[in-house]
Design a protein around this ligand. Structure first.
Ligand SMILES: NC(=O)C1=CN([C@@H]2O[C@H](COP(=O)(O)OP(=O)(O)OC[C@H]3O[C@@H](n4cnc5c(N)ncnc54)[C@H](O)[C@@H]3O)[C@@H](O)[C@H]2O)C=CC1
Ligand SMILES: CC(=O)C(=O)O
Ligand SMILES: [Mg+2]
Length: 607
C-alpha cells in the first residue's frame, strides 16, 4: 500500500535542502546563503528574538540581538497582545481607520517575520481574512501609493517591453509554484486602480499560504502595469504607477505575452492565476493561454465553481433532490467576467442534469446588466453575453432592458445572484419582491466586493425578503439575529473556497493545463462538502476556520480529475504512477501532508 509517512518531511522543498540533510544531519534544516544582519532583514529567515544561541553563533548574529531568547509561542502571544490592544484603542473610530490600522500591524509583521506572520494568520484566519483579503484589501489598494513602504512581489510595466526575460531572473526565489497576476483594471468592484491593484495578488497569495499551505518562498504576486484610465490616479502626484492611459489591443497583448513567456522560461511548472482583469481581457487572455500555459482566471472560473456549489446547496436547502436544479429560475445581475463565468458553469451543470439539453438549461437563466434584462433585441449586444440573451417571446410580459424590479416581480425567481459591483441595487423593493419567489427558501447571493459594493447587506436581506431566505455575500457579514432565538445564517460566497485548492491540486498533479474537468471536480467537491443538517440551517459553505481542510479536499478532487484525464505528471517525489494508485483518501492525505506549515526551521549557512 502507498504510504503517506514518506512525505512527513514535505515542508522541506528544495533538493538542495534534502541534500543537506545527509551532509549535516540537522533534521528539517534550511539552508541560508546570508549571514548576520542580512538574515535579520530577510523576513523569510528572520526569527527576531527567537534565534537560539547556537544559531546566533553559527550565523554571525551574536551581539546583534538582545541576549534573551524568546520562544515562538511567546512571540506569538506578544503579537496577539499588541493586536488586541490596538483593537481596544481604536474602538469607536471609523471603519477605515480601524481596518487600516489592523492591516498595518499585520503588514509590518509580514515585512519582518513571515513565519510568525503566517502562523498568526492561519490560527486566526476568521479574524484576519477580512483584513488581508476582502473587504480591507480593497481599501488598501485604494490607498496603496500613500501606504507604500516596501515593495512586495514584482512589477512589470509597459516600459519593460523587451526586458522581461531578464527581469524575471531578478526575483530572488529559486523556485516559484504559484503566481497571481493582475493588470489592476477591475479591482474588486472598485474599478481601475492601476498599479495600486498589487494588493489583490498579495492578498490572494496570503490566502494560498493560509488555506493551501503553499510555501511562501514559492509565491509571486505580480503587477502588469500597462497604464491606467483612472483620471484621479493619473493626476495624483504620489501615484506609483505609469502615468499614461492603458495600452489597448495588440500593444496590450504583447506585454502579457512577453510576461507569460518569461515566467514559463524560468519556472515552466508555475501556475499563473489571472485576477481582476477587466472583462474583455479576462476572456481574451483565458482563451489565448489556457491551452499553452498552466493558468486559470479566478474571477471567471473560480467564482463560477463557488456560485454553482451555492446554487446546488440552495436546492438541497429546499429539501429537494439535486435533480430539481433544472427547475430553478436563476436571475444573474451583472454580465461581466464573473456573472458570465457563473452562468456558463451553471448552464453546463443544468444541461448535464437535463440530458444535455442546453436549450432547456438556458431557459432557466436570466441575465441583467447595467441596461437591464438582456434580450436578443439589445442593440450592440456584447458577444460574450449573446449566448445568454433571451428571445423576447420567451420572456412574456417583460421587455428588452426590463428593470431588476420588473424582472423579479414577473419571474418570481428561486435565485437572485448579484455580480454587478454596484452596492445596494438589491434595494428594499427588490428584496420585498423576492418574498413572492416560487421557492420556499429563496436564495439571495450578493456576491460583489468589497462590502460597500455588495448588492445588499445581510440584515436588509433578511428584513425585507423574509426569514426563510438563504443568504450569501462575497465579503463577510455577521449572522443576523432574527429574534426568538433564530439566526439568519450568512454565507461567504467567495472564490477563496476554490482557488487555493485549484492551485494546490494542479501543482501536485503536475498537470500542464487546467481543464474544465478539473474545475468541475473542484466545484462538485465544494458542493458536496456540507451535511444535509447544515444545509437545512442555510449553511452552504464551510466556516473559514476549516479552510485548510476544505482546500485539501478540493485539491485532492483536482488531482484526481487530472489523473482521470491522463494529465497528471506528478510533483517532486510523487510521480504519475504513484498518483494513479492512490485511493481518494490517500490523495487527500498526500495533499494535506504537502501543505507548508509555519515553524522555525534550524538555519544553516552555506556560501
Ligand atoms: N464573491 C466572489 O467570489 C467574487 C466577486 N466578484 C465581484 O463581482 C463584481 C463584478 O466583477 P466582474 O464581473 O469581473 O466585473 P465586470 O466589470 O466585468 O462586470 C460588471 C457587470 O455588472 C453590470 N452592471 C453594472 N451596473 C449594473 C446595474 N446597476 N445593474 C445591473 N448590472 C450592472 C455591468 O454592465 C457588467 O455587466 C465585482 O464587485 C467583484 O468584486 C468577482 C469575482 C468573484
Ligand atoms: C473575490 C474576487 O476575486 C473579486 O471580488 O474579484
Ligand atoms: Mg477577483
Amino acid at each position: 500500500m502507498w504510504r503517506v509517512a514518506r512525505f512527513a518531511a514535505s515542508n522541506v522543498r528544495s533538493s538542495s535542502q534534502r541534500r543537506f540533510f545527509s551532509a549535516a544531519a540537522i533534521p528539517g534544516a534550511c539552508i541560508v546563503h546570508k549571514r548576520g544582519a542580512d538574515i535579520l532583514h530577510d523576513p523569510w529567515f528572520n526569527k527576531d528574538t527567537g534565534f537560539p544561541l547556537t544559531e546566533r553563533d553559527r550565523l554571525g548574529l551574536r551581539g546583534l540581538l538582545p541576549p534573551r531568547v524568546i520562544s515562538f509561542e511567546q512571540q506569538y502571544d506578544r503579537f496577539m497582545e499588541s493586536y488586541r490592544s490596538l483593537q481596544k484603542n481604536t474602538q469607536g473610530q471609523p471603519y477605515s481607520v480601524v481596518s487600516l490600522a489592523k492591516w498595518r500591524i499585520l503588514n509590518r509583521l509580514h515585512d519582518r517575520n513571515e513565519t510568525l506572520y503566517y502562523r498568526v494568520l492561519i490560527d486566526n484566519i476568521k479574524d484576519f481574512a477580512p483584513i488581508i483579503y476582502t473587504p480591507t484589501v480593497g481599501l488598501v489598494c485604494q490607498n496603496y501609493s500613500g501606504l507604500f513602504r516596501r515593495p512586495r512581489g514584482m512589477y512589470f510595466s509597459a516600459k519593460d517591453k523587451g526586458e522581461m526575460m531578464s527581469m524575471i531572473y531578478n526575483w530572488p526565489g529559486q523556485q516559484v509554484d504559484m503566481i497571481v497576476l493582475t493588470d489592476g483594471s477591475r479591482i474588486l468592484g472598485l474599478g481601475d486602480l492601476g498599479v495600486q491593484g498589487i494588493g489583490i495578488p498579495i492578498g490572494k497569495l496570503d490566502m494560498y499560504v493560509a488555506a493551501a499551505g503553499i510555501n511562501p518562498q514559492r509565491i509571486l504576486p505580480v503587477m502588469l502595469d500597462v497604464g491606467t484610465n483612472n483620471q484621479k490616479l493619473l493626476e495624483d502626484p504620489l501615484y506609483l504607477g505609469l502615468r499614461q492611459p492603458r495600452l489597448e489591443g495588440e500593444e496590450y497583448l504583447s506585454i502579457v505575452d512577453e510576461f507569460m513567456e518569461a515566467v514559463h522560461t524560468r519556472w515552466p511548472k508555475a501556475i499563473v492565476q489571472f485576477e481582476d482583469f477587466q472583462m474583455k481581457w479576462a476572456f481574451e487572455t483565458l482563451q489565448r493561454y489556457r491551452k499553452r500555459f498552466c493558468m486559470f482566471n479566478d474571477d471567471v472560473q473560480g467564482t463560477a465553481g463557488v456560485a454553482l456549489a451555492g446554487l446546488l446547496g440552495t436546492v438541497r436547502a429546499q429539501g429537494r433532490p439535486l435533480s430539481d436544479f433544472v427547475n430553478q429560475k436563476i436571475v444573474v445581475v451583472g454580465a461581466g467576467s464573473a456573472g458570465l463565468g457563473v452562468l456558463t458553469m451553471a448552464i453546463q451543470a443544468l444541461s448535464r442534469m437535463s440530458g444535455n439539453n442546453e436549450m432547456a438549461a438556458k431557459n432557466q437563466c436570466y441575465l441583467l446588466d447595467k441596461d437591464g434584462l438582456i434580450t436578443k433585441e439589445r442593440k450592440n449586444l456584447d458577444p460574450a453575453a449573446a449566448p445568454f440573451a433571451k428571445d423576447i417571446k420567451d420572456v412574456e410580459g417583460l421587455r428588452e432592458g426590463a428593470s431588476l424590479l420588473e424582472v423579479v416581480k414577473k419571474l418570481k425567481p428561486h435565485v437572485l445572484l448579484g455580480l454587478s459591483g454596484v452596492g445596494g441595487i438589491f434595494n428594499e423593493q427588490v428584496l420585498k419582491a423576492m418574498r413572492e419567489s416560487d421557492s420556499p427558501k429563496p436564495a439571495i447571493f450578493s456576491m460583489s466586493n468589497p462590502t460597500m459594493n455588495a448588492e445588499c447587506n445581510a440584515a436588509d436581506a433578511f428584513k425585507h425578503a423574509g426569514p426563510n431566505i438563504v443568504f450569501a455575500s462575497g465579503s463577510p457579514f455577521e449572522n443576523v439575529d432574527l429574534g426568538n432565538g433564530k439566526v439568519g445564517h450568512v454565507n461567504q460566497a467567495n472564490n477563496m473556497y476554490l482557488f487555493p485548492g485549484i492551485g494546490l491540486g494542479t501543482l501536485l498533479s503536475g498537470a500542464h493545463v487546467i481543464t474544465d474537468g478539473m474545475l468541475q471536480a473542484a466545484a462538485e467537491c465544494l458542493a458536496s462538502y456540507m451535511t444535509d443538517e447544515e444545509i437545512q440551517k442555510g449553511i452552504l459553505y464551510p466556516s473559514i476556520d476549516s479552510i485548510r481542510h476544505i482546500t485539501a479536499e478540493v485539491g485532492a478532487a483536482v488531482v484526481q480529475a487530472a489523473v482521470e484525464e491522463d494529465l497528471a505528471e506528478g510533483h517532486g517525489d510523487v510521480g504519475p504512477r504513484e498518483l494513479k494508485h492512490m485511493s481518494k483518501e490517500e490523495i487527500v492525505a498526500y495533499v494535506m501532508q504537502s501543505m507548508w506549515f509555519p515553524v522555525y526551521s534550524p538555519l544553516v549557512h552555506e556560501k
